[in-house]
Design a protein around this ligand. Sequence first.
Ligand SMILES: [Zn+2]
Length: 247
Amino acid sequence: MAAPTLATLPPDMFDTVLCVAAHPDDLEYGASAAVATWTDAGTKVHYLMLTRGEAGIDAMAPAETALLRSEEQVLAAREVGVDDVEFLDHPDGVLEYGVALRRDIARTIRRVRPDAVVVGAWEVEFMGGLNQADHRVAGMVTIDAVRDAGNRWVFTDLIDEGLQPHSPRWVLVAGHDSPTHGVALSPTALAAGVRSLEAHAGYLAALPWHPPPSELVPWLAEAGGPALGAEAATLFKVYDLQAPPGS
Ligand SMILES: [Zn+2]
């Protein structure tokens, strides 16, 4: 096996992780297998969904889809050891970057008080194709909300709600084209990751072109493995917000 080119994040590196995603299912393309690794090591993980993905099934009315996809996300989270799944009910498909959404995410950061926040890549181009509008917004708004959460004088109404400032140290970007670190995945964690995507059965049934989770999730994880000298891995671009400038 080739020598590793990226650093491995120890499974117990974080006490509390907040994962933010635009839609139910977004975390299940690799990130959730890392989550399984963390929860197995005793890390507390909280999911924050910015929408319920209600615009995701062409043949189903949004209210019904919202219910289905929310339920499937809760089941998916459970497969990787996560019991806390929160939905913000911002609109799917037309998620807007704005102060209201930043405040909502900052509120959850202050309440959950994570040391790491996981978010998807927000670049226009993503994994060889074009990224989706809500994914771009979700990434940008989350990295800004991370700063907001630590600033007492931004969203002073959150102080009035009893939520004191909190600054997460780490931001981990999943699906980034230039990862810096990774989480090595055991077969058990990888299997949990597969089951978490399989939990979105109703949604995936509406996407006939979608590869089976049992093929797609291992394929992604095995593509990431060599960078860590591992069989399988989830790779992240990691930002240490406490690092001195230029380090
Ligand atoms: Zn999505």
